[in-house]
Design a protein around this ligand. Sequence first.
Ligand SMILES: Cc1ncc(COP(=O)(O)O)c(C=O)c1O
Length: 387
Amino acid sequence: MLLITLSKRSAVEPFHAMDILAEANRLRQAGRPVISMAVGQPSHSAPKAALDAADEALKHGRVGYTDALGLRDLREAIATNYRFRHGAIIDPARIAVTTGSSAGFNLAFLSLFDPGDAVAIARPGYPAYRNILKALGLHVVEVPVTAETGYTLTPASLERAETKAGRKLKGVLLASPANPTGTVTGREALRRLVNYCDSRNIAFISDEIYHGLTFVGEETSAAEISQNVVVINSFSKYYCMTGWRIGWMVLPEMLIRPVECLAQSLYISAPELSQLAAKAAFSAENELDVYKESYRTNRDFLMSRLPELGLPLASPMDGAFYAYVDTSRYSNDSMDFAKRMLAEIDVAATPGLDFDPVEGHRALRFSYAGSVSDIAEAVGRLGGWLK
Ligand SMILES: Cc1ncc(COP(=O)(O)O)c(C=O)c1O
């Protein structure tokens, strides 16, 4: 008889979006004209400079391990980018190159927290935060973000959550721009949060993966405000390099060595080919800003059309590339709504339950990172369907 059992920590929620995605892929293979607005992935390929750098590296053949913290040249280029974009002087020694921001979360959580520690995240928010924290045995404190809190975390909402949870927070994780709300947390609001956390010895982790994709408001890096925060970023979104699995962290001095040791054992290093391509991507901002303008066109279109179709916006859409809408006029079961929408008009979107286990049953997220013509076609179909 088999005596092995599953760990309790492995019982993480599935990504409901993946069920929709699997069905979308199945329908597409069967020849249906599926338009996917379900996944947060640019339809453009990596910028030409990045592809050329990878081509060049392949000509020389060998792709190997690098230092666990990444190639020195790339770490310097990342530091230079902070000077250029934020006027912040960051020592390249504080930069760790990672296999996407996803690895950055693991490294941050493992180096900062012990099992049972309480960490606050926004609800709605990116589901992997909750899943990774749970898998590591941490206590997840979900803090509702609403119109009243400006769709972001605030010192007052953290205090309320701490009281309700009956435990002291050890960490706070915030994304700006955020997924799925699109909230951009402005400089002063971010400063208040960072200072609040600093004054209470709470570790502040700033997910800045959607930097470069801010349409309204100021794009502030927490690295400008304090040297004690952990910043996590990635080449996946603005730089259109999802599949290259490459990102970075900016670390407080005391975390450099622990993160290096963890990375050595968990991943050895980020792929060298991706690191070389990523460095070249910094020279491609003109090309990338053209893509950003196409997202802006999609955003403006969705901001006016979705509410007209009876799907009011549930959050600001100031950054990232998502429209998070309220489906309650049509359905309080957004999973079923998403499945029917896919089956009947071949348009895929993500049910809100992925982002918000409490209220997400009446929300849906549309990604507008696709082409302008696809988004227009999808909304045309939606209009006919909802009539
Ligand atoms: C808010 C947020 N953070 C992190 C990630 C993970 O990105 P990656 O691991 O590709 O860098 C995503 C992906 O959609 C995201 O939306």
